[in-house]
Design a protein around this ligand. Structure first.
Ligand code: KG4
Ligand code: ZN
Length: 341
């Protein structure tokens, strides 16, 4: 929906280290304000939940004002408030949900608690229009790696398979640490890999027995660590760019191959890729090439909308409003391990 009369929905995201406030009018993106606490976590090599919660508290109101300024709207023009209710860090989620309740109650507007993972898929409607029903979604983030069959992103999402150990983003972050690259490692590996040869080292492609749509990255992560340690023990320089490129190739290979197999097996013609790892340049090009050869349509939000943001929450919220889904109660609870829609 792209009309001036479509409902204005504000989305709040605080499940990890990004405080995001997005505003949409129907499917039109009006604002996407983000404050990140990532630098406060960098020296710990991962997100520290207490630090993240505190940062959300400080950033919530300024980020809200920034979003309203970007959209050139005042709060009373907002028709509904959507918020990530889970999954995510418990304390971090609480900040967003408490803020969303306060805004909804004081404005007398409906409140929608949404699933973070589903929102990563739904955000694509802001860029490429409503998702075809059904589609297959590859959701790859710091906490999750799943293949989903999505008959309807507003209400019916089925898990086809997921990682049995590390999430793809987690593997990027851990391998980056082995290579001495700063946190978060995904964007760093993506950057240094551009200078490397992705065919220089043949890292394993983990297969989960009897689970065609599942992933495993712990063997790959260990293989990279062993390879690097062996060079260091031998007193040889580690070819960081080659290791990064070869590791990235292994991840992009299994993710794209399994996602395409899921589309083919289920007779679905559209693949959507979302989540922070969907920002990865190699995954994007490999998925494009392979989808084209397989005759599949590929939809990926631009990298900025792949990592956590408030616009994705607003995008899903506005779909729920459009479908006249019953809003959440003001007693809405956070659920750090919330299941899919
Ligand atoms: O979706 P997201 O922002 O947060 C979660 O919901 O987890 O994903 C964050 C993850 C991190 O592990 C980060 O290293 C990874 O996404 N990531 C990337 C890239 N940009 C972010 N991984 C690979 N290549 C990238 N360009
Ligand atoms: Zn996420």
């Amino acid at each position: 929906m792209k009309s001036a009369t479509a409902p204005i929905v504000l989305g709040i995201e605080t499940s990890c280290d990004e405080t995001g406030v997005g505003i949409v009018r129907g499917r039109e993106l009006l604002a996407d304000a983000i404050a990140s606490s990532v630098e406060e976590h960098a020296r710990f090599g991962g997100v520290v939940p207490e630090v993240a919660s505190r940062a959300h508290l400080e950033a919530m109101v300024p980020t809200m004002h920034l979003a309203l300024d970007q959209a050139q709207l005042s709060l009373d023009q907002v028709d509904a408030i959507a918020v990530t209710a889970g999954p995510g860090l418990a304390g971090a989620l609480l900040v967003g949900v408490a803020a969303a309740k306060a805004y909804a109650m004081s404005l007398g507007k409906p409140l929608y608690g949404v699933n973070h993972l589903t929102a990563h898929v739904a955000v694509d409607r802001l860029v490429h229009g409503d998702l075809p029903q059904p589609c297959v979604a590859l959701l790859v983030s710091g906490g999750h790696s799943s293949l989903l069959l999505v008959p309807d992103v507003a209400g019916s999402v089925e898990s086809l398979g997921s990682t049995v150990d590390d999430a793809a983003g987690e593997a990027f972050d851990k391998v980056a640490r082995v290579l001495g690259l700063p946190f978060p490692g995904g964007p760093q590996i993506d950057r240094v890999a551009r200078e490397g040869d992705s065919a220089s080292i043949e890292f394993p492609r983990g297969v989960v027995r009897d689970a065609a749509y599942s992933f495993t990255f712990s063997g790959l992560k260990t293989a990279v660590a062993r390879w690097v340690e062996a060079r260091q023990r031998a007193g040889e320089a580690v070819p960081v760019a080659d290791v990064a490129a070869s590791f990235q190739e292994a991840v992009a290979d299994v993710l794209s191959a399994r996602a395409i197999a899921a589309c083919r097996d289920r007779g679905v013609d559209t693949l959507v890729i979302g989540g922070g790892v969907a920002a990865n340049s190699r995954l994007r090009t490999l998925a494009e090439t392979r989808c084209e050869s397989a005759g599949l349509r590929l939809r990926m939000p631009p990298p900025k909308l792949c990592t956590d943001n408030g616009a994705m929450v607003a995008a899903l919220g506005s779909l729920l409003v459009e479908r006249e889904v019953e809003p959440s109660l003001l007693s809405l609870a956070t659920d750090s391990s919330m299941a899919l829609a």
